[in-house]
Write a protein that binds this ligand. Structure first.
Ligand code: SF4
Length: 388
């Protein structure tokens, strides 16, 4: 990029977001008002038919927004329908037993989201008679609801002029305004929110929130792949005009993920598998999971460990290792399948049927193929007389 275009960009950005400068404010508002008038008609024609857009209520908006954090729309659809069918109101969610709740969330990951949902639902029942409050500050005060989600519920469900600024929206605005501010900087987020708030149209607050999200999710795509030819903002988009689309948005470099090595033990007696509840604090806290130890253990070390746990091993088979990625951590897991004579009582013995109906297993613990069709699958493949 030439230094000329850099200074041009800075001039434009200052004009768009220079809040102390009255002339700058006017230009910024005019440019963002143009965005609103281009975006809303496009949204009317192109919005996707999503389950949470039918039968929209504050409760369903809330559930969908929490599910959509860190999970793709396509993946959320089925979970959303199952969840709201099983728990159609905040009161149902508040009263749901923990294991059933985890089962309904199984596969979505980031389980702290559903724990916070339930905590918030209990407050909604106790304090607000089971209805979410139509107030940004009151929503923001509920567990699991941050600035973005409070803005989304306030605008989409209650028609309040509060923007919901997430990565999608920041990317669209950074490009539309040719703004090279670092979007991971809270100050940048704040000024984008303030600029947007000033142009929220009284009659269509929810639609503006949804249309910005929709454009970011379907047209102004991340990783240098925006579909500018299909974009309703193209005629006013400054990054498109200045040829800087591929430079934006600017982000902070993320620190590398921490690598942790574990050994996962799938232990079965042929009818059930051994599970433990993970410690309440830490990754996947309070979740059911197979026994797991730190480090990549050898077969001999696993045998010793199982003997110490009073397991009579019939067979012990290494399974394919795998990597599971969390936001800040990578688990590099070594896996064994142990068929034992009996599962010791310190572990919960869970049958295939219970796994199917009521016990949720986090995606970080994919079950070995030998166990997938029911715990007895493991024994079927074994020479039964062979004691190890
Ligand atoms: S023209 Fe391209 S860069 Fe600009 S908002 Fe549209 S998709 Fe994004």
């Amino acid at each position: 990029m030439s230094s000329g275009s850099e200074s041009n960009r800075k001039g434009v950005r200052d004009a768009l977001f220079q809040t102390e400068n009255k002339r700058g404010q006017e230009v910024a508002s005019e440019h963002l008002r143009a965005l609103v008038s281009l975006l809303l008609p496009w949204f009317d024609r192109h919005k996707r038919d999503l389950p949470w857009r039918r039968d929209k209520t504050p409760y369903t908006t809330w559930i969908s927004e929490i599910m959509l954090q860190q999970t793709r729309v396509e993946a959320v659809k089925g979970y959303y329908l199952r969840f709201v069918r099983a728990l159609p109101t905040a009161a149902d969610l508040a009263a749901c037993p923990e294991d059933r709740l985890m089962k309904l969330w199984e596969g979505l990951g980031y389980y702290s989201r559903v724990r916070n949902l339930q905590k918030a639902a209990r407050i909604v029942v106790e304090r607000y008679g089971g209805q979410l409050p139509a107030d940004y500050a009151a929503l923001r005060a509920l567990p699991g609801i941050g600035d973005y989600t409070a803005g989304a519920i306030a605008s989409i469900a209650f028609g309040l002029p509060v923007p919901a600024v997430d990565g999608n929206v920041l990317r669209v605005i950074a490009r539309y305004a040719d703004d090279d501010g670092n979007i991971d900087d809270p100050a940048v987020r704040k000024r984008v929110a303030a600029s947007l708030r000033a142009v929220y149209p009284a009659e269509r607050c929810g639609d503006l929130t949804e249309s910005l999200m929709e454009l970011g999710a379907t047209v102004c795509l991340p990783n240098g792949a925006p579909l500018c030819a299909d974009c309703p903002l193209r005629s006013r988009c400054l990054a498109f005009r200045n040829g800087t689309v591929s430079d934006l948005p600017v982000r902070k470099e993320k620190p590398p993920r921490r690598i942790e090595r574990h050994t996962v033990l799938w232990i079965t007696d042929g009818q059930g598998v051994a599970l433990i509840r993970r410690a309440a604090r830490g990754v996947l806290g309070g979740q059911w999971a197979p026994p797991t130890t730190e480090g990549a253990l050898s077969e001999a070390e696993v045998r010793k460990l199982l003997c110490e746990a009073d397991c009579r091993i019939l067979t012990l088979t290494p399974q394919p290792n795998y990597i599971h990625v969390f936001t800040h951590i990578e688990w590099h897991n070594t896996v064994y399948l142990a068929v034992v004579q009996a599962i010791p009582s310190q572990w919960r013995r869970v049958t295939a049927d219970e796994l199917q109906r009521e016990v949720a297993l986090p995606a970080a613990f994919p079950m070995p193929h030998a166990l997938k069709n029911g715990a007895s699958g493991a024994l079927d493949a074994l020479p039964k007389s062979k004691n190890v």
